[in-house]
Design a protein around this ligand. Structure first.
Ligand code: GLC
Length: 539
């Protein structure tokens, strides 16, 4: 059970409007009381912040706006003292263009060992004025940028699958491999318990760099072909085998969780073979609509694929890249767009989304495996869909020519209290404005209210810890029950059933004692499970 901290937006300890390490330290007791086992902190390294810290200029230090290395060490130690493990975020696909390596590569010129750490290529056309191939960047526009050589002439091009400020590294270069092993060691030695691996499926590129034709680049989609030249190439697995050896050299061993957007549960499971990574986010589950058949099918196929390699599934509903699930679930599920994680498919009914989010929580917590929670979901926060355009910071907004608003709407600073310049986030106005309605759902406002989202999270996490029938396990531990087409229902031993009614009418409840329900149930009136609710039963 891991809680994701988007550091810029979690808590601001020094009053500059931006979250920081000091803010995390102040709120660690809140996380311990919530009942999570671990925290994952998004990149906190020095960075120009062209992509919210995923553009790292020094992997062995802390961004000054977030704090110092000493504060980070104190945070790790304090988390450990509270029984929380600490997962950091490693960004191996690309560095910042302000990283010392890239600065040196530009200065050293074509053919140099400095350039060989990145993917520089000559352009096409008579004077090299055309990009080396037709690859597109995830954030929009071409994936190549032309540089000016030290002598002032227009020169080579470099690959950036994301923003031009994020040049891709060349993972065929042993120096790159050695450097990242050393970075991992640096943080493991400081007590980090593991790493989330950013774009784990992207590191290796087909050396022939063939044109892609009309393919659109969607980070958060599946690659649309099995032989894609830069997503999910077989060579990535060798890298993770080396990383695993390093992780296993520690006692206790360190842990990895991969962000890998791949085309099937089997391709995902390939990352989780016994000598590779331990875990990976299950994005099929995130993409599933609020539909019983789809949720059941997704859970079944994910469990089966993971069971074949002996790895646990990591269920998740939200993160810093996708529309918050309260909003996703509060939209018409019948008209889901091609990109269900961002698509705008109709009006958002936040109250309906919250009701379904409560039920979805009980579902993911009852399935065998682990769970990643994203900060603010325990408050029931919705996506902020009306941020003023001039405040948008996600590079997607500029790179898409102001077509796609990007991911800022799920990154708005948390409301901790009902008042103040940033609803308790810190002492100054927050870096992105919070909706006024969040005063009512702040952590302090929900404290003591047994019907609040926060209370449901605490109670569900407590029960999941205490009930032997919940938590870790495999697909073999799930017995699916047939309670009609609209209900996801299963039983785990000893004696716990989870039922989720995704339909629009109540369904009869089978015999059993209610352990927890997503909304209060009045069983004296009728033994029914209302629409869009879930229950855990002792059976
Ligand atoms: C990952 C991160 C995302 C970032 C991208 C490029 O998908 O989660 O936030 O923009 O990688 O590093």
């Amino acid at each position: 059970m891991t809680y994701q901290l988007y550091i810029r937006s979690f808590a601001d300890g020094n009053g500059d409007g931006l979250g920081d390490v000091a803010g995390i330290r102040q709120r660690l007791p809140y996380l311990a009381a919530l009942g999570v086992d671990a925290i994952w902190v998004n990149p906190w390294y020095p960075s120009p912040q062209a992509d919210g810290g995923y553009d790292v200029s020094d992997y062995r230090d802390i961004e000054p706006a977030f704090g110092t290395l000493d504060e980070a060490q104190a945070m790790i130690d304090e988390a450990h003292a509270l029984g929380l493990k600490v997962i950091l975020d490693i960004v191996p696909n690309h560095t910042s263009d302000e990283h010392a390596w890239f600065v040196a590569a530009l200065a050293a010129g074509p053919g140099s060992p400095e350039r060989a750490r990145y993917l520089f290529r000559p352009g096409k056309g008579p004077d090299g004025a055309l990009p080396p191939n037709d690859w597109k960047a995830v954030f929009g526009g071409p994936a190549w940028e032309r540089v000016t050589e030290p002598d002032g002439t227009p020169g080579e091009w470099y690959l950036h699958l994301f923003d031009p400020k994020q040049p891709d590294l060349d993972w065929e270069n042993p120096e790159v491999r050695g450097e990242f092993l050393d970075i991992l060691r640096f943080w493991f030695d400081r007590g980090a318990d593991g790493f989330r691996i950013d774009v784990a499926h992207g590191l290796v590129k087909d050396p022939a760099m063939p044109d892609l034709g009309d393919d659109e680049e969607h980070l958060l989609g599946t690659p649309d072909r099995a032989d894609h030249p830069h997503w999910d190439l077989p060579g990535v697995h060798d890298i993770y085998r080396e990383w695993r050896v390093l992780a296993d050299s520690y006692d206790p061993p360190k842990l990895f969780v991969a962000e890998a957007w791949v085309s099937s549960p089997e391709r995902l499971a390939a990352y989780l073979r016994p000598d590779e990574l331990h875990t990976a986010f299950d994005f099929d589950f995130v993409r599933a609509a609020w539909d019983a058949a789809e949720l059941r099918a997704t859970a079944t196929s994910s469990l089966a694929a993971h069971d074949r390699v002996g790895a646990p599934v990591m269920w998740t509903l939200s993160n810093h890249d996708i529309t918050r699930h309260v909003s996703r679930l509060g939209r018409p599920q019948s008209q889901r767009s091609a990109d269900p994680l961002h698509g705008d498919n109709g009006e958002t009914d936040v109250e309906l989304g919250r009701r379904r989010a409560r039920a979805a929580l009980l579902l993911e917590l009852a399935l065998p495996g682990g769970v990643y929670l994203y900060q603010g979901e325990e408050l029931g926060l919705e996506e902020v869909e009306d941020l003023p355009e001039e405040l948008l910071q996600d590079p997607t907004w500029e790179r898409s020519g102001h077509v796609e608003r990007g991911r800022d709407g799920c990154r708005v600073p948390l409301p901790w209290a009902p008042d103040g310049p940033s609803l308790g986030f810190g002492d100054a106005a927050p870096w992105l404005p919070q909706p006024a309605s969040w005063a009512a759902v702040s952590a302090a406002s929900q404290e003591g209210d047994p019907t609040s989202m926060l209370a449901l999270y605490r109670e569900a996490l407590r029960l999941r810890r205490d009930l032997p029938g919940l938590g870790a396990g495999t697909g073999a531990d799930v017995t699916w029950l047939d309670l009609g087409d609209d209900v996801v229902a299963f039983r785990r031993e000893p004696g716990v059933a989870c039922l989720v009614n995704c339909g629009s009418t109540p369904v009869p409840l089978p015999a059993g004692t209610v352990l927890l329900s997503s909304v209060p149930l009045d069983l004296s009136a009728s033994a029914e499970l209302p629409a869009d609710t879930a229950v855990w039963l002792a059976v």
